[in-house]
Design a protein around this ligand. Structure first.
Ligand SMILES: Nc1nc2c(ncn2[C@@H]2O[C@H](COP(=O)(O)OP(=O)(O)OP(=O)(O)O)[C@@H](O)[C@H]2O)c(=O)[nH]1
Ligand SMILES: [Mg+2]
Length: 284
């Protein structure tokens, strides 16, 4: 009893050792708790699907529809990357995207993260970084506005070019080390409900033509810097999208790099996103 009294007296009397130990506890405990929780959370290992594309295309609307089954939620221009956890069925049973946010769905199912990124040019770096991040990226959904593709063709194709080139380079890295798994790309031609919307086939051919033009002009940039095409070494090769030296660009040229490109029309507004959902379900 006396011992306890002495002990209490000691720790309740202000003194340097008591202050130091007290300060250490106050500072270290939250840090340790943080590391404990962040290492225990399973989210970091879930497969992910990336939503990417120009501003106003409907990425956030699509995420909201898949998460809440509601296509009438107003969205704002995104400033940050946001992720939601969704569920797909894996036993081949028919499952609608409307069940995506339920993890009590019958049968066996699999969770994944759907990652929405901002489309604004100045905020794209984090989106591009996700392509090369180490978390298991299973697919990229490039959302575009099919009703305004004519006006936005150049801007859309420029962004798509960067995304495809990043996917191509990602595979190229594998030649020396362990090959990364293939990441496929879905071109989601959104806003099919509007009468100006182009059908998927035209979206595809218009983008292929524009990507070819961009490839030409970017390689001219290389030539202008004093390198002739014939003399280009491997490093210059790396910035050439698709089949090296080909005159026309086609999405099929990306197969060489294990990047399969699908173009599918749909409309978030009308809830016509089942084909996109099926594509995602097959990838995760
Ligand atoms: N008509 C029509 N409008 C749509 C459709 N999908 C989305 N929109 C509208 O398009 C606008 C932009 O949608 P967002 O989802 O915010 O676009 P975003 O791709 O997230 O844009 P950023 O965050 O700026 O990159 C919103 O006003 C939506 O209501 C669609 O299928 N049809
Ligand atoms: Mg958005």
């Amino acid at each position: 009893m006396d011992d306890l009294k002495h002990y209490l007296e000691y720790i309740l009397t202000p003194s340097t050792p008591v202050f130091v130990v007290g300060a250490l506890i106050v500072l270290l405990v939250p840090i340790l708790v943080h590391f404990y929780i962040s290492s225990a959370t399973p989210y970091t290992n879930l497969p992910s699907i990336l939503l990417i594309g120009p501003p106003g295309a409907g990425k956030t609307s699509l995420l909201t529809l898949l998460e809440r089954g509601d296509n009438a939620v107003p969205t704002h221009t995104s400033q940050i990357t946001q992720s939601v956890e969704l569920t797909v069925s894996t036993d081949g049973g028919i499952q609608s995207f409307r069940d995506a946010a339920r993890d009590d769905a019958p049968g066996s199912h699999k969770k994944f993260m759907l990652v929405d990124t901002p489309g604004h040019g100045k905020l794209r770096e984090s989106a591009m970084a996700k392509i090369n991040a180490n978390d298991p990226l299973k697919g990229v959904v490039f959302v575009l506005d099919a009703s305004a593709l004519d006006e936005n063709l150049q801007a859309t194709a420029n962004y798509l070019f960067d995304v495809l080139l990043a996917l191509q380079k990602r595979m190229g890295v594998g030649k020396t080390s362990k090959a990364p798994h293939a990441v496929h790309l879905l071109l989601a031609a959104n806003k099919a409900d509007l009468f100006t919307a182009l059908p998927a086939s035209l979206v595809k051919s218009n983008l292929e033509a524009e990507l070819g033009r961009i490839r030409q002009s970017r390689s001219k940039g290389l030539k202008a810097s004093g390198v002739a095409v014939g003399e280009m070494d491997d490093e210059d090769n790396e910035d050439w999208l698709g089949e090296y030296g080909a005159e026309k660009f086609a999405f099929s040229q990306m197969r060489e790099f294990d990047v399969e490109v699908d173009v599918v029309g749909g409309s978030v507004l009308e809830g016509k996103v089942d084909k996109w959902w099926d594509w995602i379900s097959e990838r995760v």
